[in-house]
Design a protein around this ligand. Structure first.
Ligand code: ATP
Ligand code: MG
Length: 447
């Protein structure tokens, strides 16, 4: 299949691959590897039904990218020229979601297919395509043509379309060539596209890590200078993005790339500050935590946002604790204060729902208890709902090179006689909320 794409691409694409194509490159059914069997039957139903009602309809985005790469898409997204209302009228279990980026969710049992009306760019946008003075999109409801829809997507490899009309793949932006070269390239002017939506910088990191793609030079160039733009994005949206970044199975690589492109600091300013001040142990702890998390995901084991956040903010917490002790607070009070400050500071950039910040603080608090509890108190600590998470956290600190007096060995031994089940909070672990695309959302509006 790749050979065929290569041939087709060579024949039809301009050499640079950077210019948007006036005409799409089209791969016919036998020139690509996507087979209908790999596609959700519900997504196909939607394509056929929309076509039958006289509309254009395509599968687009991650599903086509992943299928062409030989992977398994996690969901299927549809783009169409039908308006949300027209889509609503066609499908029984459909509802419009989002205000600033209106899309239709069509539900089939447990599967939800997102149906999005073609968007256009905002150069002459009216009230449905508002931007801030800095060029950030507040709304993205200007409908357009298929070609316009392709051009407003983020990366070329995310702008490939599949149609059941002769089962063709359409490429307006050079995405097939970039897929071949394993390159992530933003569509259009990188700086403008990041200003419109700074989350695109995080998406670049996420896809580069997940797909093991390199980020094309011009796509990467403005990131460092624009990293502060992430401060304009609503903390609630960043919470979703952070989970996608670190709980997607490639967290260790994501962390490396975020640091490389100076994008970690705007997300975790206090931790980044502590690391920059020389907290090498903190750096290693985060690396270990993410490597463990990646391993667990690879083994289909549950992972917990609370544990993730406890690790990512730990350097900020220990720094705050040191300051509080220097200020003369007794040790227990310093720990309390540090926990509170570390979470409060963090919330200003990335919000953390209480159901995760509370257990994260408990994990920190228990680090001390684990060092001192003896006899009956030690046994009763085994029954603490966060014991196992705190114990795992202690193991990780040791794995990261810390020597802890009365460390995990004591508890490993004790658990031989009193086994404690693994810590799970899967029931309240959120599925990252379905994305909102286009602009930064709540924050600018609230200003
Ligand atoms: P995955 O679902 O595997 O994480 P994806 O590419 O499908 O990756 P989604 O967040 O599901 O990512 O978005 C679907 C598609 O919508 C993307 O492929 C892209 O074309 C478009 N898109 C999403 N977010 C943005 C954005 N912030 N700016 C521009 N286009 C976007
Ligand atoms: Mg997707």
């Amino acid at each position: 299949m790749l050979k065929k794409i290569q041939r087709a691409v060579r024949a039809m694409l301009p050499a640079s691959g950077e210019e948007a194509l006036p005409e799409p490159l089209i791969l016919s059914r036998d020139e690509h590897s996507i087979s209908r069997r790999q596609i959700s039957k519900h997504a196909l139903t939607i394509l056929y039904d929309l076509n039958k009602a006289g509309h254009e309809a395509y599968l687009v985005g991650g599903c086509i990218r992943d299928l062409l790469l030989g992977g398994h898409p996690k969901d299927f997204d549809v783009a169409t020229d039908a308006t949300p209302e027209q889509v609503l009228a066609l499908f029984r279990r459909a509802r419009i979601v989002g205000r600033r980026f209106r899309i239709v969710h069509v539900r089939f049992g447990r599967e939800i297919i997102e149906v999005t009306t073609f968007r256009a760019s905002h150069d002459d946008a009216g009230s449905d395509g508002r931007q801030t003075d800095e060029g950030m999109l507040l709304r993205d409801n200007v409908f357009g043509s298929l070609r316009e829809d392709a051009l407003r997507r983020d990366f070329t490899v995310n702008a490939l379309y599949y149609t059941v009309d002769e089962f063709r793949v359409l490429d307006y932006t050079g995405g097939l060539q970039d897929l071949q070269a394993r390159t992530l390239r933003i569509i259009g002017d990188p700086e403008q596209r990041y200003r419109e939506d700074p989350v695109r910088m995080l998406r670049a990191i996420r896809f580069a890590a997940k797909l093991d793609f390199s980020i094309e030079a011009k796509t990467a160039a403005p990131m460092q200078a624009l990293s502060e733009q992430l401060g304009q994005v609503a903390p609630a949206r960043l919470f979703d993005e952070v989970l996608k970044l670190f709980l997607g199975g490639h967290g260790a690589r994501v962390f490396e790339l975020l640091q490389q492109y100076q994008l970690f600091a705007p997300l975790f300013p206090a931790t980044a500050g502590a690391l920059a001040a020389g907290d090498e142990r903190g750096q290693r702890l985060i690396e270990c935590a993410l490597a463990n998390t990646d391993q667990r995901i690879a083994n289909d084991k549950p992972v917990t946002p609370a544990f993730l956040y406890a690790s990512l903010i730990w350097p900020a917490y220990t720094a705050a604790q040191a300051i509080a002790e220097r200020d003369g607070l007794p040790a227990w009070q310093a720990r309390q204060r540090a926990g509170q400050i570390a979470i409060e500071q963090q919330q200003q950039s990335v919000s953390i729902p209480k159901r995760f910040s509370i257990p994260a603080r408990e994990i920190w608090n228990l680090q001390h208890n684990l060092q001192v509890a003896k006899g009956k108190r030690a046994e009763s600590l085994l029954g603490h709902p966060r014991f196992r998470a705190a114990y795992d956290f202690m193991l990780m600190r040791e794995q990261a090179g810390e020597t802890i007096e009365r460390g995990s060995d004591f508890w490993t031994e004790l658990q031989k006689h009193h086994p404690v089940p693994e810590y799970r909070d899967t029931k309240d672990a959120p599925r990252p909320r379905r994305r909102r695309r286009g602009g930064a959302r709540r924050k600018p509006e609230a200003q």
